[in-house]
Design a protein around this ligand. Structure first.
Ligand code: PMP
Length: 416
């Protein structure tokens, strides 16, 4: 069928089709995927997005319980009683919503306190809040990098960073490839005004880490600034959970650090940590901050989450016990988990159709994990992507390992 090798990207801009024709064509593609059991986006949860979820499958009336590895709530803080109490307390005191953008009255004292707290958490002096992590990236780079400038990005950075680089010159280097980065930096050195290298801390589809120290040295050598999005590292990586910059204490060395409040911090929102002059500039020039409503008083839960990262380190210990257990089990099964060093664990399969089948067979065995395909990853690099949580039990992880063992006998995916 014409849809066999298609992907979402093919429907972004169909020559000669207006918006309704494009949408109709895309909807036919969605119908095709659904008919072939390959449309497992937007599954409907009737409970939480946690270690176990009740999902109502398309066409089924009653939800069933699955072991789920799809949440970025790595420490399980969305369910933490103290954080829930802080959220409720915030809403009772200040109301359900915050009513306006920061420019015209929506800037509450708790927003200021959170900005200060986030900056202090990373041993810096200033931070700015955005409505999401996605917006933090897209808004910040859009605001700072114009057509005289250049963004040199690791090819595997998050989509929001690409979106932020639409007004500037965009150069890319293959994932973590220092040689190719150096080549780009050399070429850009005398050609552009602001030169910014942009990387993720933890790569969201591989779970591997950026080579921050080496990249920083290259930036210094060629007069470029460094920006890092550590959305998946904060709370997980580092002795005290401050992310990939912690081990070498590089907080003062990066120019811009972006992140999300939706993963370990168990809420919604994004932030940028940078020098006070850059942050002040963004607060008055970044339109997505200035003209968009501030976070709801549920924000008080984020402050509690930040406290608990320090006060209750056992959640991080438990997370790492689970990561080690699952990784060891997957490797013993002969599965290819790449170079993961975080709570994101891929099982690399390669072929997209086969990956879709494995996703379905996992669901059949009570395991919900996302098949990831092009354009999220390269065409021949499809994989099942799992996120481990502190609140997964041994039994949950054994269910996952048993499912993979069984599936490998039906659709060979291991090296055994
Ligand atoms: N950066 C990275 C690396 C991410 O993985 C994500 C979310 N998946 C984001 C940014 C966006 O964060 P948010 O969900 O808060 O918009």
């Amino acid at each position: 069928t014409p849809f066999e090798k298609a992907s979402f990207k093919d429907f972004e801009n169909i020559p000669g089709s207006d918006m309704y024709e494009t949408a109709n064509h895309f909807n036919q593609y969605l119908d095709y995927l659904k008919k072939n059991d390959r449309l497992n986006y937007r599954l409907e949860s009737t409970t939480t997005c946690g270690p176990r979820m009740d999902l109502r499958m398309p066409g089924e009336r009653a939800p069933r319980t699955y072991v789920a590895l799809v949440s970025n709530d790595y420490l399980g803080f969305t369910q933490h009683p103290k954080i829930k109490a802080a959220v409720i307390g915030g809403i009772e005191r200040f109301g359900a919503g915050s009513g306006a953008s920061p420019a015209i009255g929506g800037h509450f004292s708790f927003h200021q306190q959170l900005e200060d707290k986030i900056a202090a958490f990373f041993h810096r002096d200033a931070a700015i809040l955005y409505t999401t992590g996605y917006t933090a990236n897209s808004a910040t780079f859009q605001c700072l990098l114009k057509k005289e400038d250049v963004a040199i990005v690791d090819m595997e950075v998050h989509a929001s960073i690409y979106e932020g680089c639409q007004l500037t010159n965009l150069k890319m280097f293959p994932h973590n490839n220092l040689e190719r980065l150096e080549r780009q930096l050399k070429e850009a050195q005398h050609q552009f005004r602001t030169k910014m290298v942009i990387i993720d801390g933890v790569y969201s589809q591989n779970g591997d880490l950026a080579l921050v120290k080496d990249i920083l040295l290259l930036c210094r050598k060629y007069g470029a600034y460094l920006a890092i999005d550590d959305a998946h590292g904060v709370g997980v990586i580092g002795k005290t959970g401050r992310g990939v910059l912690e081990a070498d204490n590089l907080f003062q060395d990066v120019d811009i650090m972006t992140g999300t409040l939706s993963k370990t911090f168990a809420n919604v929102g994004g932030y940028v940590v940078a020098s006070p002059e850059l942050v002040r500039y963004l607060k008055f020039q970044s339109k997505q901050h200035l003209f968009s409503v501030t976070a709801t008083p549920a924000t008080l839960g984020i402050m509690k989450a930040i406290d608990l990262i320090d006060e209750e380190p056992h959640w991080r210990d438990r997370l790492w016990e689970n990561i080690r257990y699952l990784k060891t089990g997957l490797i013993a099964l002969g599965l290819d988990i790449g170079k993961t060093a975080s709570a994101v664990i891929p099982v690399k399969i390669g072929d997209p159709a086969k990956t879709g089948v494995v996703g379905k067979l996992l669901l059949d065995r009570g395991v919900y994990a996302n098949p990831i395909m092009y354009p999220a990853v390269a065409k021949k690099d499809a994989r099942i992507r799992m996120s481990v949580m502190a609140t997964h039990t041994r039994e949950d992880l054994d269910t996952v390992l048993n499912a993979f063992e069984e599936i490998d006998r039906i659709v060979p995916i291991s090296k055994h």
